[in-house]
Design a protein around this ligand. Structure first.
Ligand SMILES: [Zn+2]
Length: 326
């Protein structure tokens, strides 16, 4: 168990355990508790309490079984003593701490509609609605800065999406999509990261479809191909790919609780839009517009909201882990 600051958090790791709840069954945060999150970290369960003011654990003890309850771990927390002269320094420090910048990339747009759903809905419409909802949720946490590669219906090349993220010095890049395939029975969400060799044939075919966006939108690839495609696999990029993999796993962990996912939910292939060498990047295929039921769900704002809440939980867990890494 250990405390973290900025925001103030208490992290409890329980070894050799697997506690997994849907977010709707977690108790509602109240009082000094701002948020409660659960996650799995290397075979342990992690519970994170986020506080809206500075706290410290005051007393920790076990209760033996009684009154129908089993063994219970009790943690009393108290307000951290705020010395008057420390206050200013603490506030100043909070102001200079930079929030992580998350770049949201709603797939397709403008001349490129993306996939077309069974009822005729265009992928570019679903990805933009999802992107705007994700931005709203991320900003509401007060923990992140957000930049969108597009917040309206416009044509953007894949390379310019990556370039925007790099120009902004993003800490993370998340591209939103909703696929369509011939097999109308297939449904489920999947999360993709970049690799030189595709994890499977379907992932490779998907990357081919997504990479065609530039051709569909009539963008001249020759101008940007050498820069984007010709990036060397150096150490920095390998580290970025590790982070991307971690991020994808944490997203899958949360999303699995809320929505239908494809088998082997985390897949990889050569997506042009994931090629920033220095920014952990993932591509989220939120579901299949070629499946009648999933298309219906993806068109619903409440479904997208639930799906993206799980994404925010996954991102929170990712940044928690990153701040623990040093
Ligand atoms: Zn797409």
């Amino acid at each position: 168990m250990f405390p973290l600051s900025n925001p103030d958090r208490l992290v409890i790791d329980i070894n050799n355990s697997d506690i997994s709840f849907k977010r709707s069954s977690l108790p509602k945060p109240f009082g000094v508790i701002e948020a409660i999150r659960l996650g799995q970290v290397k075979g342990s369960s992690r519970v994170v309490f986020e506080f809206n003011e500075s706290i410290k654990p005051a007393k920790i003890f076990m209760l033996t079984p009684s009154g129908g309850f089993s063994y219970r771990l009790v943690i009393d927390v108290a307000r951290a003593e705020d010395k008057v002269d420390n206050n200013k320094a603490i506030n100043d420090k909070k102001e200079v701490t930079k929030k992580p910048l998350i770049v949201i990339d709603p797939g397709h747009g403008g001349k490129d509609p993306g996939a077309i759903g069974v009822s005729g809905i265009k992928e570019k419409v679903i990805t933009l609605s999802a992107g705007l909802e994700l931005r709203k949720q991320l900003l509401a946490t007060n923990k992140y800065d957000v930049y969108m590669t597009r917040d309206k219906d416009e044509t953007l090349s894949l390379g310019s999406r990556v370039k925007k993220a790099r120009d902004k010095k993003a800490d993370l890049f998340i591209s939103l999509h909703a696929d369509s395939i011939r097999k109308s029975g297939t449904k489920g969400l999947s999360v993709y990261t970049l690799s030189d060799r595709a994890s499977d044939k379907e992932a490779e075919a998907l990357a081919d479809r997504e990479n065609k966006a530039d051709i569909i939108a009539g963008i001249d690839l020759s101008a940007e191909a050498p820069e984007v495609v010709g990036i060397l696999i150096d150490l920095a990029r390998r580290e970025t790919m590790n982070y991307s993999g971690q991020l994808a796993n944490l997203l899958v962990q949360e999303l699995r609780k809320e929505v239908t996912t494809l088998p082997n939910t985390h897949r990889s292939a050569g997506f042009a839009v994931l090629k920033a060498p220095d920014i952990p990047s993932v591509l989220l295929e939120m579901g299949y517009l070629s499946n009648k039921d999933e298309e219906k769900l993806l068109k619903r704002a409440d479904y997208r909201k639930r799906l993206l809440e799980a994404v925010v939980d996954g991102l929170d867990n990712y940044f928690d882990q990153k701040s623990l890494a040093f």
